[in-house]
Design a binder for this molecule. Sequence first.
Ligand code: ZN
Length: 181
Amino acid sequence: MYNFEELDEITRKWMLEEFQDEEKSGNPYRSSRLSSIGLKVFPNEMEKAIKEGNEKTLALALYDPKYWKTSETYPRGNKIHTRKINPIKAAEFLAYTEFNTWYVRGFARRLLEEGEEFCQVYRAAPAWKPRAECLTHENQIYKVKKIYEGHRARYWPKPGDETAFCIPVGTNCHHSIKRVK
Ligand SMILES: [Zn+2]
């Protein structure tokens, strides 16, 4: 379970507003692992989780194997390999990362609206495979604006900017943000 310090009505309202803005943009982020049925249900389940759920309820809602492709390809060296997709793991990876992504974006928006200049990055859940680069942002203080603008900066709308600053940086980064006390 993630430990979100201020997952209350006010934060959920900002998460929802930010989520709906991205949905309306015409090019919202979608996992490439989702099947065509999965792509249809995902935005509704995401919205439900933002309104009244959490990363666990979202994962549960996405466990159905119909929502996932059976395999995916990935490059290694100069070859393209194929691997099977485990729907339970895929649902958990996506749900945890997406729910936290919206929490960070929504909570950063809330802090900006409240006139806060800084926030602190912290580990909101234990990571079973921590990323080495996570050591550079753990417990660091950043400008809220930098966090807000870093939303998905690494991989969306354009893929591949490996140096862009964003929290969470991706799968297996369980860092979120909190108010500086
Ligand atoms: Zn991290």
